[in-house]
Design a protein around this ligand. Structure first.
Ligand SMILES: [Zn+2]
Length: 416
């Protein structure tokens, strides 16, 4: 299966020093910092996906990450040069895919722009693949749902998505637009996804993206894929848009999925309570040593007079220095865990992560990982502390996902 990574300006600063925690470079972040495919020796993904929601301030959406100047440059040089997808020496070709960012306008009655504007965005960025304009259906019912129980708005969105897909492929063909069109399917049940795929195939699509999958659980996705199997032509490729659960990759591949995109491995590094550092065998909890002046919860407690800034800072530094000493064999695990616990009581209340921290620190999974991040950072990669470490741990997770994908049994059989 091919893995596309959605771009959201996830970059790391190569000038960041992990001991002094200072950076020496200041300037254009996007141009001086590194993407995952630049810092790892091999790109962890087969492609990058860029959503119109990332760049379009008219959507008024919180997801916009590109400044006006960056959008101008993106349109001038194209997405390949902007995201530096053709860096010399890359061992894997990175494809580019555009999508219209329908989750950013899910609450609107209609998509805020037309098929022409979406096609223009794909042309401006010079994407390899462009997904048709869609309108997300936020809800899922099992196959037993009666037709009369389906909200009229869901049917309306289903129809909007199909009619936009039809306009989109017509436009692409008439104007000989140079990107490969992908038809977006929306549905509220396995059967409606199947019907959408059937319709899109009739329009001429042989690459179909299943949207609205973000909130769906794995069994719901698998049920939809099973239903689609009844109508899918052997030549039709399926893409899963924005899936968050990646436990059943082999089941997805068996069900005919050709590609998917997900930010989950990156986000779990710093948004999950426990599963922050991934390995092929299991996940580990990163050791949290929040910076006193960078942690919202601590700031609140300090402002409220519950926590003394100086005392908290002292504990923070004792933990940070403790980890470095532990790494050099100069501090035992019990003393380190005690320090971590003392600090945790200040900022994390009753929560006790000691058991999981012990596993991480004793197992030392970073020593076994061969990715460029773990090799360079060592123990810092498992510290939940500041964006430079947390994002790099996310990049490491992308590397592990790549390994999982490369090991899928179906792939060995030459299925993909
Ligand atoms: Zn690693």
């Amino acid at each position: 299966m091919k893995f596309f990574f959605p771009d959201a300006h996830d970059l790391v600063d190569p000038s960041f020093d992990f001991v002094s925690e200072r950076r020496t470079f200041s300037g254009s972040r996007q141009q001086a910092q590194l993407y995952a495919h630049e810092i790892l020796s091999e790109p962890p993904y087969d492609g990058m996906l860029l959503s119109k929601a990332m760049i379009d301030p008219h959507l008024g959406s919180k997801s916009v990450r590109y400044s006006f100047a960056q959008v101008q440059r993106l349109k001038r040089v194209g997405v390949r040069e902007f995201l530096r997808l053709d860096r010399p020496g890359l061992k894997r070709q990175i494809a580019s895919m555009g999508d219209c960012g329908s989750f950013s306008y899910v609450n609107e009655a209609e998509p805020p722009y037309g098929v022409e504007a979406v096609a223009q965005f794909y042309m401006d960025c010079q994407f390899d693949y462009g997904i048709s304009l869609d309108h997300v259906i936020l809800g899922f019912r099992d196959a037993s749902v009666k037709k009369s129980d389906v909200p009229p708005d869901w049917r309306r969105r289903f129809q909007i998505t199909l009619s936009k897909a039809e306009d989109f492929i017509k436009l692409q063909r008439q104007e000989h637009l140079p990107f490969k069109p992908i038809g977006a399917a929306q549905g509220w049940s396995s059967e409606s996804y199947r019907d959408a795929v059937k319709n899109l195939q009739m329009m001429g699509y042989d690459y179909i993206a299943l949207g609205g999958m973000v909130p769906l659980k794995t069994p719901e996705i698998l049920a939809s894929l099973e239903a689609i199997r009844e109508v899918r032509k052997p030549s039709t490729k399926l893409h899963l848009l924005g899936i968050s659960r990646l436990e059943n990759l082999d089941a997805f591949e068996d069900a005919g999925v050709y590609s998917f995109d997900s930010t989950s491995p990156l986000k779990r590094a710093f948004m999950d309570d426990r599963d922050n550092y991934h390995s092929l065998e299991r996940t580990y909890t990163a050791v949290r040593i929040p910076q006193v002046d960078g942690n919202a919860q601590l700031k609140k407690l300090i402002l409220a007079g519950v926590v003394d800034f100086g005392a908290a800072r002292k504990l923070e530094l004792a933990c940070f220095e403790g980890v470095l000493e532990f790494d050099k064999g100069k501090l035992g695990i019990e003393s380190l865990l005690e320090r971590l616990r003392e600090y945790e009581l200040v900022w994390h209340g009753k929560k006790d992560d000691a058991v999981r921290y012990r596993e991480t620190l004793e197992d030392k999974p970073w020593k076994r990982c061969r990715c460029a991040i773990c090799q360079k950072l060592g123990i810092h990669v498992v510290l939940f502390r500041g964006a430079e470490r947390n994002r790099r741990r996310g990049f490491h997770n992308l590397y592990v996902l790549r390994q999982r994908l490369d090991r899928l049994p179906a792939k060995e059989k030459g299925k993909t």
